[in-house]
Design a protein around this ligand. Structure first.
Ligand SMILES: Nc1ncnc2c1ncn2[C@@H]1O[C@H](COP(=O)(O)OP(=O)(O)OP(=O)(O)O)[C@@H](O)[C@H]1O
Ligand SMILES: [Mg+2]
Length: 468
């Protein structure tokens, strides 16, 4: 076979580059019109809400799928150091209510949540957990539970709506229609106050997208769309201003109205925020209980112990300061913060002894969730989810047309050059074949490496900037 003429190679390159530049121009034009449309939508006023209105009308009530979680003497001993980081916590997380878990850093708030959710593989768990009155494990109900991690983990190049809709389709029961998934997603978007940015990409360090607060709300929304029976959130309000935190908690309140059991870890909520919680678990150092009960009763409990909340002090901050030992106890000069653990144990023992209050906290309303009920909330199967992932990858490629086309173009050019140079080569020796294989793999991998450098460019600029 003859070598391709010089003229033919040039023709090939000119055609490939023309295709590349024409597609780039088309991409620019279409993104100009898309950004204009996005700007128009972003300027629309948010939908008006009337008081008492159901903001999640398409989401079903939990009914028999409610999950009440009772735990007795819950503890965790770390595997290596044998340190006890959660110490005999006893109480109940009730459905249809929001429970706040508060305490100083390292008190074991995340550990408590991990132990309940069955995720604390780094230690040995003690104590027992009952679900709706029956000894069980939360992990057995994983399809009915949601866990919002502290970090915003989502596809940054997809829009708010695309991210939420993907999760709705993946997590809602398999017989949920596409239209219903869309309606639920839209309800969640409206409830979280994200409707004006729903077509915006999330964005990352290199591409500007929605704000950090909006991203946090998307992170919560991704679990909300699955309409879980039990929802854990680890510091969902960290880094948010008080107004945005309030909006987020109000959205969670809407979900709790449907019967969801919501457990939120948070640091120092404002008083307005604290009032939105139904129950509160205060943990001290070493994962010991300081208080667990209705948030409205906490002040009375601390007053009985001899701690008066001063005027104009946020009670939520006051409780944290008492746990830190910053407030003196009335008529007790030798008070130390660790005494609070004994006081709580004493309070619980006396409550159990009192006939009027015995058993008042136990809420096993529903009974065991049956296998049939579990089946009714089963999400889509393996093959459908595989299709969904493929669809999402295609969608992502579609968003990066220029990158994709330039990859193809580079491969074409590389293939053309290598093919042209070694056209008449005889691949008989293993060394020659190795050389060719190395050349091809090197040329293909270099594209991926270039992209890694692109992503790390921002870190490089930050590290190399003066005054870091
Ligand atoms: N995976 C782990 N391996 C070993 N020790 C751990 C692990 N996770 C938590 N711990 C230890 O358990 C204790 C409680 O940690 P935890 O993360 O529950 O605290 P926290 O109250 O959530 O703190 P923060 O408010 O800072 O998030 C800490 O002393 C921590 O060092
Ligand atoms: Mg934590």
């Amino acid at each position: 076979m003859d070598r391709p003429s010089y003229y033919a190679s040039i023709k090939f390159l000119v055609v490939a580059m023309s295709i590349f530049f024409v597609s780039m121009a088309l991409h620019r034009i279409s993104s100009f019109f898309r950004s204009r449309e996005r700007e128009r939508k972003a300027n629309l006023p948010p939908p008006k809400r009337s008081p008492g209105e159901d903001l999640l009308p398409n989401m079903s009530e939990k009914g028999d799928l409610r999950m009440d979680v009772e735990f007795t003497n819950l503890g965790l001993v770390l595997n290596g150091s044998k340190k006890k980081v959660l110490n005999n916590v006893t109480g109940c997380l009730k459905s249809g209510r929001i429970t706040a878990i508060m305490g100083p850093s390292g008190a074991g708030k995340t550990t408590f949540m991990n132990v309940i959710a069955g995720k604390a593989s780094y230690g040995e768990t003690t104590g027992s957990i009952k679900i709706n009155g029956f000894e069980d494990r939360v992990a057995n109900y994983s399809t009915m539970c949601g866990f919002v991690p502290q970090d915003d983990t989502m596809m940054r190049d997809m829009t708010v709506e695309e991210n939420l809709l993907f999760y709705a389709r993946m997590r809602l029961p398999k017989d949920t229609t596409n239209a219903k998934c869309r309606e639920i997603t839209q309800d969640v978007i409206n409830t979280l106050g994200l409707s004006h940015v729903q077509h915006e990409p999330i964005g990352d360090e290199t591409t500007r997208g929605i704000s950090g607060g909006q991203r946090k709300r998307v992170n919560v929304g991704m679990e909300m769309v699955s309409n879980p029976s039990l929802l854990f959130l680890d510091e969902p309000t960290s880094g948010l201003d008080s107004a945005t935190s309030y909006e987020l908690l109000e959205a969670l309140k809407e979900l709790a109205k449907k019967g969801t059991n919501i457990v939120v870890v948070l640091h120092q909520p404002s008083w307005q925020l604290f009032q939105l919680f139904d129950d509160v678990l205060l943990l001290g150092k070493g994962g010991c209980t300081v208080y667990l009960g209705a948030s409205g009763d906490a002040q009375e409990y601390f007053e009985k112990l001899g701690f008066e909340c001063p005027d104009r002090v946020n009670p939520a901050d006051f409780y944290m300061d008492v746990i830190a030992g910053k407030y003196p106890r009335r008529n007790d000069a030798e008070f130390e913060s660790k005494d609070l653990f004994g006081m709580w144990a004493e309070h619980e023992t006396s409550k159990r002894r009192s006939p009027a209050r015995a058993g008042s906290d136990v809420t096993c309303k529903v009974g065991k969730i049956s296998m049939e009920q579990m089946k009714s909330v089963e999400p889509i199967g393996f093959f459908k989810s595989y299709g969904m992932y493929v669809g999402r990858t295609v969608l992502q490629y579609n968003k990066h047309k220029v990158t994709f086309l330039s990859d193809v173009l580079m491969q074409l050019v590389a293939g053309g050059v290598v093919g042209g140079l070694y056209m008449n080569f005889q691949f008989k020796e293993i060394n020659t074949m190795n050389f060719m294989l190395g050349l091809v793999v090197g040329l293909t991998c270099s594209l991926a490496e270039l992209r890694v450098f692109g992503a790390e460019r921002e870190v490089f600029w930050r590290e190399s900037s003066p005054g870091r």
